[in-house]
Ligand binder design. Structure first.
Ligand code: C5P
Length: 234
């Protein structure tokens, strides 16, 4: 499938649907995060899912297992194709999320969404991890949580471009890796993304899906920008 998931980091359903109209058929799906979801609610997920689009609902659930299971069940009911949780919620919480995804999808007669883990937020460095009591190097903690996610029944993890290769090696070919921070070489340093790879480099490093926002949504012609990126993937 087309691995490009476009981050709909906008504040209204109109803007999100206008982008989806422009990009229809040119990308593999859309990522809806906390900004859009909090502004307009689950109807935007339903609307896109009802149009046959894949929606990655990026709400990063992190709570007690029972609450996360309920949130995942609600996400499945919206038609989300991929959901995510924080791995630091623990194995029991991740298992509850995976079980709720399977159970609710079965009850509703729809495909089970992919359940993806967030290992260490890329905004956190070693000092920030130490502040919350984790003294391992960042990469060790990322791999530890990725392995725990896999052992707890998750389908994959979100990973920075710099972590993708090591996670692919640690978790094998069947584990999904969702990689943001994609920039063309010419655009490196233009915005707040510091550690980036090109789309082709990220796929070569083992990424399964690429989350791409501004390089597509901020382009004069988003559809052409998506097409250019896809062409680079061969
Ligand atoms: O516009 P840009 O391509 O930077 O958008 C990337 C998307 O991926 C944004 O929604 C951003 O929040 C998200 N993301 C990220 N880096 C992470 C995790 C998520 O850029 N480590």
């Amino acid at each position: 499938m087309n691995p490009i998931l476009v981050a709909l980091d906008v504040d209204s359903a109109e803007k999100a649907l206008a982008l989806a109209d422009q990009l229809k058929g040119a990308v593999g799906g859309y990522k809806i995060g906390k900004q859009l979801f909090t502004a307009v609610g689950p109807s935007i997920v339903r609307t896109l899912a009802d149009r046959g689009e894949r929606v990655f609902l990026d709400l990063k659930f992190h709570d007690i297992p029972n609450t996360v299971a309920g949130a995942v069940a609600s996400a499945v009911a919206t038609g989300a194709w991929m959901v995510n949780v924080h791995c630091s919620g623990g194995g029991k919480m991740m298992r509850a999320a995976a079980d709720a995804a399977a159970k609710t999808a079965g009850a509703l007669g729809r495909p089970r969404p992919l359940v993806i883990g967030v290992t260490v937020l890329t905004s956190m460095d070693e000092a920030a991890l130490a502040e919350v009591g984790t003294t391992r190097p960042v990469m060790d903690q990322v791999l530890h949580l990725a392995r725990l996610a896999q052992a707890s029944g998750l389908d994959g993890v979100v990973a920075s471009p710099l972590e993708t290769k090591a996670i692919r090696a640690a978790c094998g070919a069947d584990f999904a890796i969702v990689t943001p921070g994609i920039r063309a070489a010419a655009d490196v340093g233009k915005d707040d993304q510091a550690r980036t790879l090109s789309a082709a480099e990220a796929v070569a490093a083992g990424a399964t899906y690429l989350v791409i926002g501004r390089p597509i949504t901020g382009a004069a012609d988003p559809r052409a920008a998506a097409g250019d990126i896809l062409a680079q993937l061969g």
